[in-house]
Each structure stands twice: as structure tokens, then as C-alpha cells.
Design a protein around this ligand. Structure first.
Ligand code: HAM
Length: 431
């Protein structure tokens, strides 16, 4: 029979045999976020469309071309989140989190949706880990955030990932820059694509993100934003670099980074690699001092970053970084006969209650097949219960690797005695 359905183009399944890789990476991110004082925020997968058109920006590719937007049965326009920043900012505003004291530090794991052309490292549903911080304009916060991203990469053992930083100024210096960009691009109006032409008046900086080869080539000669920074933005950017130097974080200043979302001000940064093909930006972020105001709140200078989990895992793969496999099964209890099956059920429950992983047969297999299954799941120990063992009230726990056997009573002391036996494998990690 033909498959009823296949997954939607640009989406991926994470199968049970592979999910430990995600969990390992997520655990490191969660712990690192905690050590920098961030607490997790969870926001809905869909929001009012206007949140993204206003937050992310009308002239961005994300809003113009990539959003999954639909009308609900009640006639409201909603959008599946294309990123995590706007939703988190909305929640901060809606719940007046600034009343709990500043800065507010939030971390998140989100699935995101963008209708892009799928390719390696570019999906229509992808996953981000992000940190957002609200209520600080200090350059120390910019540097601290970059340090947090760097330390996650270090803990994961990732190499060949370069940090590129830039400042795209504030609305004051950006107005002057926009004018310079406009004059430059006006010399190429016969060559720019239609989207870029429509951006020329509204937001010429967005032309710098255009993926068309002709527009990208023209954009190579544009004036540099760093030549237009006002004193305050220049001082801020210099100070961010001094903090990064103090923390011994290596970076290069790349004046062509403008980021693809409209909310950024001052510092922007990306962690980029050449190891995973064309989609080499693993992490991107920066300051967005005007976003909360844009969404209707008070002035609350803020900043953040997000890293793509799929790209990160791809990079770890290409660099041969081994992710430790979790403990499979500590004890498999095979049973022969109905009474033995009840006893096995009782034993595994007590072993599980003691914090270990235990399994028994729930398929109705014979002994040979049960032992084959125990092998397949990599059980560290096995125990066979039949009529004899029930009669004697004892059975042999077998170490599946060494073959060593230990007799244990099948009573309420079993779990405790088994835990003493169980050797913690250094390489294994428990989820
Ligand atoms: P972004 O650069 O659009 O920034 O996305 C951040 C990261 O998400 C990228 O560096 C990449 O790893 C991953 N990513 C983006 N699009 C895709 C895709 N189609 N397929 C797979 N991975 C993808 C943001 O989203 C901002 N909200 C980051 C931020 C947080 N800025 C401040 N706070």
C-alpha cells in the first residue's frame, strides 16, 4: 500500500535512534544559559502576523517572501514564527517583565518556519536556541552575550567557526548611511532586481541581503556603514571590542554584515563556518534597542542571538565530533511463563524506581528472542526468571559483557542490591 503521507518538503524527522544527539547539544546549551543567568521562556508557535511585520520588518525577505501566514476561522491573520526574538519581546512587554528588575535574561528553544528554497542547512522548519537580554545598553552586555555563544561552541568541541562583528549604528547615523546607499544604488537602477528597486526608497540596506548574483555583485562596492557611525555608536563598538579582547575572544570586524532582520541597531555578529556548504552562518545576533518601542512599549535597549541546531549538528558531524551515546538499558529481565512475567514486571518497576533503566518483554516473545532483544538494545545486565527461580526466590544477574554472574534474591531488596552492582559507564550520559 502506498504511504498515506510523506513529510512536507523542507522538514525533517528526528528519529529515536538519533534524538540523543539533539539532547546532548541542548543540555550543554541549557546549562551554559543557566550559568550566565538566563531563564527559559516558552512562547506560542504562532503569533499575530502584525508582530512580525512590525518587529522583523516589512522590507525583509522573511516578511516579504518567507512567512507561513494564514487566516484563522475567526478571520484573524496569524503567522508561524519565523524566529524567536519577536515572540519573546512580545511576551516581555505583555507581562511587564521589566517590573521584576533589569536586565531580563531569557533563553529559548524554538521551532521556526520560513518558506525558503530547501537545501543543505536550509529548511522550512528548523530549530533555534537563543538568548535574549532586555534593559541594558552597556557594551559589556554585547560582549557577554558573544562570550556565551562562544563558550557553547567551545564546550561542544567545535572548531573552524569564526566570529565576525560589525556595528550598523543607530537610527541617527543610519539615516545618513541610507542616503549614501541610495545615491550609490541609483547608479544601477537598470540592473537591480525588482525587489531591490522597491527597497531603494524604503530601506536600501536590505539590498545588501539580496541573493541575486547581479545585485550581490553591485553591492560589493557600497560605502561602509562603519564610516558613518555617530560618536556614541563608534564608542559603543570600540568598547565591545575591548571587552571581547579582555575575554580573549577572537573576532574580525566585517563591515558587510548587516543581518537580514530590521530590528538591529549598533552591534551585530555572526559565527560563520566554511565546513557545511553555502549555509555557513551557524549563529547570528546583535543589539535591537528599538524593538520593544516599535511593539508599543517603553524604550528598553535589548540584544540577543540565535543559533540553528540543524546547522550546528551538521558542523559537528563534518568535524567528526563524537557525541556520547546515552545509557541504553541497565537491566533486561527475561521471563519464562506467566508467573515469571508478573515477577519480572515487579522487578523492573523497582529497578526503575531506583533511577535505573530496565526493560522486560511486553511483546510475548520466547526466551531466545527475548535475549536477542536484550543484546540489540545493549542491556548491560540480564536476568532470567523461570519456574526454578520463582521457587528458589533467587536468580542470577548476568553482566552481558564479562559474562560474570551474581545471585540476587527476588524480593524487595533486589533493586538496592542491583544498583550496587551496576557500574557507571564513564562514557555514557544520562538524560
Ligand atoms: P537569523 O540569522 O535569521 O537570526 O537566524 C539565526 C540562525 O538560525 C542562523 O544563523 C541559522 O543557523 C539558523 N537558520 C536561519 N534560517 C534557517 C533555515 N532556513 N534553515 C536552517 N537554519 C536556519 C534570527 O533568527 C534572530 N532572531 C537572531 C537573534 C536573536 N537576534 C537577536 N536575538
Amino acid at each position: 500500500m502506498a504511504l498515506i503521507t510523506k513529510k512536507i518538503k523542507g522538514t525533517e524527522d528526528v528519529l529515536p535512534k538519533d534524538s540523543y544527539r539533539w539532547q546532548f547539544v541542548e543540555n550543554i546549551m541549557r546549562n551554559e544559559a543557566r550559568s550566565y543567568g538566563f531563564k527559559e521562556i516558552r512562547t506560542p508557535v504562532f503569533e499575530h502576523t502584525e508582530l512580525f511585520t512590525r518587529g522583523v520588518g516589512q522590507t525583509t525577505d522573511v516578511v516579504q517572501k518567507e512567512m507561513y501566514t494564514f487566516d484563522t476561522k475567526g478571520g484573524e491573520s496569524v503567522t508561524l514564527r519565523p524566529e524567536g526574538t519577536a515572540g519573546a519581546a512580545r511576551a516581555v512587554l505583555e507581562h511587564s517583565l521589566e517590573n521584576d528588575g533589569l536586565p531580563i535574561k531569557a533563553s529559548y528553544f524554538v521551532s521556526c518556519y520560513r518558506y525558503e528554497k530547501p537545501q543543505a542547512g536550509r529548511l522550512r522548519e528548523f530549530h533555534q536556541f537563543g538568548l535574549e537580554e532586555y534593559g541594558t545598553q552597556s557594551p559589556a552586555a554585547d560582549a557577554e552575550l558573544i562570550c556565551a555563544a562562544q563558550s557553547i561552541f567551545d564546550r561542544l568541541g567545535i572548531e573552524q567557526l569564526r566570529l565576525e562583528i560589525n556595528s550598523i549604528g543607530c537610527p541617527v547615523c543610519r539615516a545618513e548611511y541610507h542616503q549614501a546607499l541610495k545615491s550609490y544604488f541609483e547608479g544601477y537602477t537598470d540592473k537591480l532586481c525588482d525587489t531591490c528597486l522597491s527597497r531603494l526608497d524604503k530601506n536600501p540596506m536590505r539590498i545588501l541581503d539580496c541573493k541575486s548574483p547581479i545585485c550581490s555583485k553591485i553591492a560589493e562596492g557600497v560605502p561602509k556603514i562603519t564610516d558613518f557611525l555617530c560618536d556614541e555608536c563608534r564608542e559603543h563598538f570600540d568598547a565591545v571590542q575591548k571587552y571581547l579582547d579582555a575575554a580573549d575572544i577572537k573576532y574580525t570586524v566585517n563591515p558587510t554584515i548587516v543581518r537580514g532582520l530590521d530590528y538591529y541597531t549598533k552591534t551585530v555578529f555572526e559565527f560563520v563556518t566554511d565546513c557545511i556548504g553555502a549555509q555557513g552562518t551557524v549563529c547570528g545576533g546583535g543589539r535591537y534597542d528599538g524593538l520593544i518601542e516599535e511593539l508599543g512599549g517603553k524604550h528598553l535597549p535589548s540584544l540577543g542571538f540565535a543559533m540553528g541546531l540543524e546547522r550546528l549538528l551538521m558542523l559537528m558531524d563534518t568535524q567528526g565530533i563524537e557525541i556520547p551515546k546515552p545509557t541504553g538499558c541497565d537491566l533486561y529481565v527475561a521471563a519464562m511463563g506467566e508467573n515469571a512475567a508478573f515477577k519480572a514486571f515487579e522487578i523492573i518497576k523497582s529497578v526503575r524506581d531506583s533511577g535505573l533503566i530496565a526493560e522486560t518483554d511486553v511483546v510475548g516473545r520466547g526466551l531466545r528472542a527475548q535475549m536477542k532483544y536484550a543484546d540489540k538494545i545493549g542491556a548491560k545486565y540480564s536476568l532470567v526468571i523461570g519456574d526454578n527461580e520463582l521457587e528458589q526466590g533467587e536468580a542470577e544477574v548476568k553482566n552481558m559483557e564479562s559474562g560474570e554472574k551474581t545471585r540476587l534474591a527476588l524480593d524487595n531488596t533486589f533493586a538496592e542490591k542491583f544498583s550496587i552492582l551496576e557500574i557507571t559507564d564513564d562514557k555514557a550520559f544520562k538524560i
